[in-house]
Design a protein. Sequence first.
Length: 75
Amino acid sequence: MVAEFTKQWQSTSQGAFHIAVVHAGLGDRDRAFEWLNRSFDDFSLAYYVMLPMFDDLHADPRFERLERRLRLQDL
């Protein structure tokens, strides 16, 4: 899945959020946050990231920065 989503992202520059979700599911927080940050640039970040299924990421200090960016984007 990661390879397929990454290939799609490389050709379209869209869909970074999907790659982040896969990495989060695999427990790879570093890669998940890398792709979550990219998802701001390609506008694929979804509010689904706030759901309880992402609690593992919510516990990471990097999530606070991500959440702030989300709030700023809403302004």
